[in-house]
Design a protein around this ligand. Structure first.
Ligand code: KIV
Length: 282
């Protein structure tokens, strides 16, 4: 088991200038591997809708989907801080419902903190969830749950007014009590400005290198999901090809009867076998 990561550890990393490492996970094996790799924060993201459930976006992901996957990750992931993503419409209709659903992710899922998308508009919601004792991570810039309103999965903060809005969002979330903020798909210089504008860690995904940490969707990073690969993703391996090659080799072995080989088969003592043969003949 890797070292236990706490919310104060996350805040202290920025003070000490130590870059934070965050990845997504959706199941027990990936949770175990993230634990073994001593990743600081593991997000059970609603990206599971796309990379695990095969949906076109994240909007259809439900509270039940999230709780199911958070539980599996938490069983494997003991050291990293595990963050559960609030799905679309689980925090948008009322503050009361937002607190209730954030509590469900922690009580039923077992995660350590929650993440929700939105800037200044969600300050009262974030404030109330934090006051209820639930650590919150913000998410600004490109917010996939409202991607269609933002014109698709596109870079945000292109002009001065839009960039200023993102800085104001970060400041507002900081004042509301978030312990860190995910900043997605903005120009690298804006990533630096946002990180300098607040004291809470800014975790970039397509926000350049001058932020306080990075997050990637693990299925993108290991080449398991290739429907589309965003510009900001670095693929460290092509696990999809490795799995596909193994499946094709297994298929061939089954078809030509070279699997199972004797070493994969259980033996029966000779005496029992001859008794059995005699019984079958009768
Ligand atoms: O759902 C998710 O995986 C996310 C990351 C892209 C940060 O929100």
């Amino acid at each position: 088991m890797s070292k236990l990561v706490t919310i104060p550890d996350i805040q202290q990393a920025k003070t000490e200038g130590r870059k934070l490492v965050m990845l997504t996970a959706y199941d027990y094996p990936m949770g175990l591997l993230a634990d073994q790799a001593e990743i600081d924060m593991v997000l059970v993201g609603d990206s599971l809708g796309m990379v695990v459930m095969g949906l076109d976006g994240t909007v259809e992901v439900t509270m039940e989907n999230m709780i199911h996957h958070i539980k599996a990750v938490v069983r494997g992931c003991k050291g990293p801080l595990v963050i559960g993503d609030m799905p679309f419409m689980s925090y948008n209709t009322s503050i009361r419902e937002a607190i209730y659903n954030a509590g469900r992710l922690m009580k039923e899922g077992g995660c350590d903190a929650i993440k929700l998308e939105g800037g200044l508009n969600f300050v009262p919601t974030v404030e109330s969830i934090v006051k209820a004792g639930i650590p919150v991570q913000g998410h600004i810039g490109l917010t996939p749950q409202t991607a269609s309103a933002l014109g698709g999965f596109k870079m945000q903060g292109k002009d001065a007014a839009a960039a200023m809005q993102i800085i104001d969002d970060a400041r507002g979330l900081q004042d509301a009590g978030v312990f860190s903020i995910v900043l997605e798909a903005v120009p690298a210089p804006l990533g630096k400005l946002v990180s300098e504008a607040v004291t809470v860690p800014i975790i970039g995904i397509g926000a350049g290198s001058d932020v306080d940490g990075q997050v990637l969707v693990t299925h993108d990073m290991v080449g398991l999901f290739d429907k589309f690969v965003p510009k900001f993703v670095k693929q460290y391996t092509q696990i999809r090809t490795i799995i596909l090659d193994a499946m094709l080799a297994y298929k061939k072995d089954v078809q030509d009867a070279s699997f199972p080989a004797p070493e994969h088969s259980f033996k029966m003592p000779g005496e029992t076998l001859s008794q059995l043969k005699a019984m079958i003949k009768q």
